[in-house]
Design a protein around this ligand. Structure first.
Ligand SMILES: Cc1cc2nc3c(=O)[nH]c(=O)nc-3n(C[C@H](O)[C@H](O)[C@H](O)COP(=O)(O)OP(=O)(O)OC[C@H]3O[C@@H](n4cnc5c(N)ncnc54)[C@H](O)[C@@H]3O)c2cc1C
Length: 426
């Protein structure tokens, strides 16, 4: 590791251009310096802000507990010290691989020696009748950017009626924050249960119960088929079952689409994300991709996946920085995520799929407990509620695959660490 201050960029070394000014881009920019990149580093991002953290947008920032400055990944001074140049509020429109240049929306072109694509994703649009008119309504919101969060924050007025469309983590976190502000909240989810894509029926039931107890009207198995309007504003959300839910405002969180069009137009291989190898290399050896926009081979899960998480963006930034500096640092992270709702701090490890047994340490619904998912003798995933020390051990159980006895795993008198190979032999 080098101290960023030691480096004065040498034009002869060349330029890394990073496309996208989000979490992955911000980490990569300083990571490149730390790993010894001696040339120029230019980040082109279409948002006006320096790279910032999105997780608080549905949690502490929405709640008003964090100011915009508190969201920033790093202060400007850190990038300045590392001689990272930012071009903000400008899009990369074209990657010309032959000329090794990118063309920007402000008419400029930049030459690159190496290119990094960290374009993240955009919200999945709500399908259905009236969707276009709804998006134009001043009280209809998606949540991806700090500007989206600022608009939603203005609507958090006690007594207001909020309809959240989508019972995934983002939607549920918005619901929890709104309840804390005294709003009347309804969550409408098309699937038969909340969080269906990411966790087990047991955990879905736990979250549904938690939200109901907090006063949220949870409607699963319910499709949104349209909206009622009062002038430009939405006045109600119309459901497939005929229900009309009055709304002062609507927040929609129905998933993410990876921003891959730029890469695809440049002829890079794309399939639910920009295809990369374990070194974050795309099908062009001079171009890496990282973060939400890329699809990587995950050795822990045993197949290609695309992850939408901060730990993934950070880890891929480390791998991509090494690759661009000519070193090999293969990516082999155990996927993990977190969510905060009410006082519940959830940490999820692995992908909750392909399991044949659910093992609970403690009691689901207690102030703290953990749920492990096993396939045969192995732990493949875990949901850990308010037990932060178990996160590291769960990651090792999923990543190192020791043989685990379910009865011992369920036995809270046996410290979890005892299930790890070193602890067993020690
Ligand atoms: C409300 C919310 C809550 C979240 N909560 C959690 C959480 O609790 N835990 C967790 O792990 N993750 C969470 N996430 C996900 C996490 O924020 C993302 O995984 C992470 O931001 C991914 O970083 P990224 O750099 O790959 O993409 P992004 O952060 O999306 O950054 C990509 C950037 O590139 C820009 N861009 C795209 N195309 C171009 C172009 N052609 N030219 C220039 N710029 C371009 C985009 O505008 C964007 O600014 C949350 C996300 C949201 C929205």
């Amino acid at each position: 590791m080098k101290d960023a201050q030691d480096i004065i960029p040498d034009q002869a070394v060349g330029t890394v251009v990073i496309v996208g000014g989000g979490h992955a881009a911000g980490e990569l920019a300083t990571g490149l310096r730390e790993q010894g990149w001696g040339g120029q580093i230019v980040v082109v991002g279409d948002e006006a802000h320096l790279p910032y953290q999105r997780p608080p947008l549905s949690k502490a920032f929405l709640d008003g507990k964090v100011a915009i400055e508190g969201l920033l990944l790093k202060p400007l001074a850190t990038y300045e010290k590392a001689h990272v140049e930012f071009i903000r509020g400008v899009r990369v429109d074209v990657i010309d691989r032959e000329a090794r240049a990118v063309h920007l929306s402000d008419g400029r072109s930049l030459s690159y020696t190496k290119l990094a694509i960290a374009t993240g994703g955009r919200v999945r649009a709500l399908p259905g009748e009236d969707a276009e008119r709804a998006v134009a309504a001043p009280n209809f919101h998606y949540l991806r950017t700090v500007d989206d969060a600022l608009r939603i924050r203005e609507s958090l007025i006690a007594g207001a009626r909020l309809v959240v469309v989508g019972g995934g983590y983002v939607g549920l976190e918005v619901a929890a924050t709104a309840v804390a502000h005294g709003l009347q909240v309804t969550v409408v989810e098309a699937a038969p249960r909340l969080l269906a894509r990411v966790t087990s029926p047991e955990m879905s039931a736990f979250f549904e119960e938690t939200h109901r107890r907090a006063g949220v009207d949870v409607r699963t198995g319910t499709l949104v088929r349209g909206f009622e309007f009062d002038g430009e504003r939405i006045s109600a959300v119309l459901c497939g079952d005929g229900a009309s839910i009055p709304a002062d405002f609507v927040v929609v969180g129905v998933g993410l689409l990876p921003n891959v069009e730029l890469a695809a137009a440049a002829g890079l291989e794309v399939d639910n994300g920009i295809i990369v190898d374990e070194l974050c290399r795309t099908s062009d050896p001079d171009i890496v991709a990282l973060g939400d926009c890329c699809n990587h081979p995950n050795p822990v899960v045993g197949r290609r996946i695309r992850l939408e998480s901060v730990p993934n963006a950070v880890e891929q930034a480390r791998t991509a920085a090494a690759t661009l500096c000519g070193r090999e640092r293969p990516y082999h992270m155990v996927p993990w995520f977190w969510s905060d709702q009410y006082g519940i701090k959830l940490k999820s490890v692995g992908l909750c799929e392909g399991y044949d047994r659910v093992v609970v340490r403690g009691v689901i619904g207690a102030p703290a407990f953990s749920v492990f998912y096993m396939n045969g003798e192995y732990v493949v995933a875990a949901d850990i509620v308010n037990r932060p020390p178990e996160l590291l051990i769960a990651k090792r159980l999923v990543g190192e695959r020791p043989v685990v006895d379910p009865a011992t795993l369920a036995d809270e008198s046996v410290p979890l660490i005892k299930l790890l190979p070193a602890a067993k032999s020690g």
